[in-house]
Design a protein around this ligand. Structure first.
Ligand SMILES: C[S@@+](CC[C@H](N)C(=O)[O-])C[C@H]1O[C@@H](n2cnc3c(N)ncnc32)[C@H](O)[C@@H]1O
Length: 268
């Protein structure tokens, strides 16, 4: 109910929605835990070989597998890549080390999350920029690919974000995208992603893959929330974190929502 009310007010008062998410992620970034690099629900695909990771990355395997699924096009090495909604920088670090793009920019609304990302230092070809997904601070045709993982549900006007991505992509460039939506918004998303002129190269409903990751990760999430969040707020955080048996997990598990991924191309 609360989430639907937020959704409604967010559509009527877009700045309110932006302010809500901006405050929430800024607050979460006060926790400077160096082990906490990712903020997505994760992904498991029993039908495909799991990506080979360095031992130090095993801790984040489920979150990395979501990135791996989204960007697994073979297109990023040697390219100019932007991640919009990069959070604490885990995805940027993964792409920088495993895919070796020529130039990689992580953009987020939360200055504190970006400070955490910068601390880890990924080399001179990686930059972090504070900005809004709906007004990207880059010239037209600057990037070969834009990556967007579990961030767009926060944007007040999805169409503005998609138009901006279309603008900053070079002809032939790719938007590599994944996020969740309530059931009634799934059709709207499918229309929205096509509207700027993108060609859909791949569209997948990955709800089952995300649910499986959440099931596997629920004990770790529960332990973290127990340790970090005051008792009265633990229920809301458990739901927000998608723990099995809580609100967003149940929404996805019972068809009241879906988690989708797309590979979209700006025509050459
Ligand atoms: C669930 S986190 C996902 C972070 C990262 N992609 C990951 O998988 O770990 C969503 C991120 O989107 C960012 N965000 C929300 N609204 C945004 C906006 N309007 N512009 C840029 N980033 C935004 C938040 O600050 C947060 O870091």
């Amino acid at each position: 109910m609360l989430t639907r009310m937020l959704g409604y007010f967010g559509r009527v008062f877009p700045q309110l929605k932006r302010a809500f998410w901006s405050r929430l992620y800024e607050r979460m970034a006060r926790d400077r835990d160096p082990e906490w690099l990712f903020m997505n629900y994760g992904f498991v695909d029993a039908a495909s070989p799991a990506p080979v990771l360095e031992p130090a990355d095993e801790h984040d395997r489920l979150a990395i597998q979501l990135y791996h699924h989204v960007i697994d096009t073979g297109e990023l090495p040697g390219k100019d890549v932007l991640e919009v909604g990069c959070g604490r920088g885990g995805g940027v670090g993964y792409m920088a080390r495993y895919l070796r793009p020529r130039f990689l920019v992580g953009l987020d609304l939360s200055p504190r999350a970006l400070t955490l990302s910068r601390i880890r230092g990924h080399g001179q070809h990686v930059q972090f920029v504070c900005g809004d997904a709906q007004a990207l601070p880059f010239p037209p045709a600057r990037f070969d690919a834009v990556v967007n993982v579990e961030s767009s549900h926060c944007y007040p006007v999805m169409e503005n974000f998609l138009a901006e991505v279309f603008r900053v992509l070079r002809p032939g460039g790719l938007l590599l995208y994944a996020d969740l939506r309530f059931h009634e918004a799934v059709g709207r998303l499918q229309t929205q992603v096509r509207a700027p002129g993108f060609r859909v190269l791949r569209e997948r409903d990955i709800t089952r893959n995300v649910l499986r990751a959440l099931e596997l990760d629920t004990p770790r999430r529960a332990a973290l929330i127990n340790r970090k969040v005051p008792g009265v707020m633990q229920g809301s955080f458990q739901a927000f974190a998608g723990m099995a048996g809580t609100r967003f997990y149940e929404m996805l598990a019972h068809g009241r929502g879906a988690y989708l991924s797309f590979v979209l191309q700006k025509p050459a």
